[in-house]
Design a binder for this molecule. Structure first.
Ligand code: MLT
Length: 263
């Protein structure tokens, strides 16, 4: 069931399921909380799982402009305040959700117990990549979300997933095409201006898991290994038979890695 809560002037939709230590699951671009459905169902047996739709995505409101990763991190802190969650949480973000996780750590670190970074990057966009995102944002604002799905479809999934699991691909296509153009454009601008966190990884002093699909074409396993090696004590989990959308492509392996990490 989706709940709604106004945070920083924006109505956010979120799942709040189960009881126990709080785990926050944050989706990637241009998707919504439903990419975590398998993990929500499995982890809610022992945890309170909070899975928001970031501003502009899923059933959350979009106010357009630029949705920075810092703003999205503050939105989640505001949501936790509204839900009276005061204890430190385990924060798990995939890709754009990982960009938000870095900012949650930087801005709300005292609220963190553990950090799980899935299929994400610590580096900023190159000037060319940023320009490409801004161009795509303009295109989405004039044509709707279809161009962003065309640009990302092949990169999101392992080649075998595209052939053998068409239902999960089609489900993400539906989510993307139902997303507000303004929300997608705002996040594209926000990702284009996100800070480079590489130099700050050594400061992270929390139990950390880096998780990546073995065929991830956006945040390659070698890059995620570098992230894990830069964070003291971090574990690395490489998920077989999966690309960038590891939690959907190999849900059992991702759930197991997260459950082991969460204890
Ligand atoms: C995501 O899955 O959130 C995106 O691939 C992030 C990005 O485009 O950098």
């Amino acid at each position: 069931m989706l709940n709604k809560q106004k945070v920083a002037g924006v109505e956010l939709a979120y799942v709040d399921q189960g009881a126990g230590p709080v785990v926050v699951l944050v989706h990637g671009f241009p998707l919504d909380h439903s990419m975590w459905d398998a993990q929500i169902a499995a982890l809610a047996g022992r945890h309170r799982v909070i899975a928001p739709d970031l501003r502009g995505f899923g059933q959350s409101q979009s106010i357009g402009g630029v949705a920075t990763m810092q703003q999205m991190a503050d939105d989640i802190a505001g949501l936790l305040d509204a839900l009276a969650v005061r204890e430190p949480v385990s924060f798990c973000g995939l890709s754009m959700g990982g960009y938000v996780a870095w900012q949650f750590w930087a801005r709300h670190g005292a609220r963190l117990a553990r950090l799980a970074l899935c299929d994400t990057r610590a580096i900023a966009d190159t000037p060319e990549a940023g320009a490409g995102r801004r161009k795509l944002a303009d295109q989405v604002l004039s044509e709707g979300p279809a161009p962003v799905w065309q640009a990302m479809r092949e990169k999101l999934f392992a080649p075998r997933t595209l052939v053998e699991q068409p239902a999960i691909v089609a489900a993400q296509e539906r989510v993307t095409l139902a997303t507000s153009a303004a929300g997608i454009a705002a996040a594209l601008h926000g990702m284009a201006e996100r800070p480079d966190m590489t130099a700050r990884l050594a400061e992270i002093d929390l139990p950390t898991l880096a998780l990546v699909g073995e065929h991830d074409a956006i945040s390659a396993p070698a890059e995620m290994r570098g992230i894990a090696e830069s964070i003291r004590g971090a574990r690395l989990a490489i998920i077989p038979a999966a690309g960038h959308m590891a939690p959907l492509e190999n849900p059992a392996a991702v759930t197991q890695a997260l459950a082991e990490f969460l204890g």
